[in-house]
Design a protein around this ligand. Structure first.
Ligand SMILES: [Zn+2]
Length: 276
C-alpha cells in the first residue's frame, strides 16, 4: 500500500453535508492517489450501465473471498477488506433488469431495485466511494440511499484484492462478537449490543465501525429478527423493507432486532461455518 497515496485518500472527506463540499485535493495529490489506484476520475453512469457493471463485478468475486477478507479485517483493521461482504450479500439475488421511464413508471427511483439514478446518467465521485470503503467498512452500501453503482464499485474493488486467510486472532475476535450477541439481554437493542462490544474492547474500532459491522452481520441474516430478514436468500428493495414506527438510527434489518432474537445459527454456519 502506497502510504502517501492512502493519506491523500483519507483526507478526501466530506466536510459539509449541506454543501457536499470536500477537503480540497491538489491536482498533484490527485495524480499520486490515482496512480496508486486509490482515487479515480469521476464517471458518468446510467441506471442500466450501473447494473451491467454490477453483474460484471459480481462474476469476479465469490463468497469465500468476501468472508475471508471480512474476518481478516478484524485484527488488521483493514476496513476496505470488510466492505466486500455487504456488497456481495446485497447483490447475491439482485434482479437482472433494465429501467425505462414510462408514464406509469414515473417515480424518483427504480421500482425494481430502488436505485435513484434513473432520470439521466449522473456523474459519480468514485474517489468518495473509495474513501468510505477505507474508513467505515461498508457505510455507503448500508446507507438507506441505494445506488447500484455503490455495490458495483465495492465488488469491482474487492475483486482486485488478494485473498487473505484470517488468522487465529481474527477467529477469536469473531467468536467473541458472536458470544456477545448471544449474551444480550432479552430487550437489548442494537445500541445496547454495540455498547457491550465497545466495553469489551474486542477489536480496534470506533462507534460507527462497530455499528456497520453489526449491520453487515444483519445483512447476512446472522443478526436477525422474525420481523425483518437479511439478503442472503432474497433482494429486498428499499421501498419494500419493513419499517416500524420507532425512531432508530439503525438501518433495516437490524433495527428490528432485540436481544431475545439471538442469532440465526443456520445463517452463521452458511457464511462462516468453515471458520467456527
Ligand atoms: Zn433498478
Amino acid at each position: 500500500m502506497d502510504k502517501e497515496a492512502l493519506k491523500i485518500l483519507l483526507n478526501y472527506k466530506r466536510i459539509s453535508s449541506k454543501t457536499y463540499s470536500f477537503y480540497q485535493i491538489t491536482a498533484e495529490e490527485f495524480e499520486i492517489a490515482k496512480k496508486a489506484g486509490l482515487m479515480f476520475d469521476n464517471i458518468v453512469l446510467s441506471h442500466n450501465q450501473a447494473i451491467d457493471w454490477l453483474f460484471e463485478a459480481k462474476s469476479k468475486v465469490d463468497k469465500e473471498h468476501v468472508t475471508a477478507l471480512f474476518l481478516a479485517s478484524l485484527s488488521s483493521n483493514r476496513l476496505e477488506w470488510r466492505s466486500g461482504l455487504p456488497a456481495y450479500v446485497l447483490s447475491s439475488h439482485f434482479p437482472s433488469h433494465q429501467y425505462s421511464k414510462t408514464d406509469e413508471n414515473n417515480s424518483f427511483y427504480c421500482p425494481i431495485c430502488g436505485d435513484m439514478l434513473i432520470d439521466d446518467p449522473q456523474e459519480i465521485d468514485l474517489s468518495f466511494y473509495n474513501y468510505t470503503r477505507f474508513t467505515s467498512g461498508g457505510e455507503m452500501v448500508i446507507d438507506d440511499r441505494f445506488e447500484v453503482s455503490r455495490l458495483a464499485f465495492c465488488l469491482d474493488q474487492h475483486s482486485r484484492l488478494s485473498k487473505v486467510a484470517p488468522n487465529q486472532d481474527d477467529i477469536t475476535i469473531f467468536k467473541n462478537i458472536i458470544d456477545t450477541i448471544l449474551q444480550s439481554g432479552e430487550d437489548d437493542t442494537p445500541n445496547d449490543l454495540e455498547k457491550s462490544i465497545a466495553s469489551k474492547k474486542l477489536f480496534k474500532s470506533n462507534h460507527w465501525q462497530r455499528r456497520f459491522l453489526l449491520e453487515i452481520l444483519s445483512f447476512c441474516n446472522i443478526i436477525e429478527s422474525p420481523r425483518a430478514t437479511g439478503y442472503t436468500s432474497k433482494f429486498i428493495p428499499p421501498n419494500k423493507r419493513y419499517r416500524d414506527d420507532h425512531v432508530s438510527e439503525w438501518h433495516y434489518p437490524i433495527r428490528l432486532w432485540r436481544g431475545q432474537d439471538g442469532i440465526n445459527k443456520a445463517a452463521l454456519n452458511y457464511w462462516f461455518g468453515e471458520y467456527l
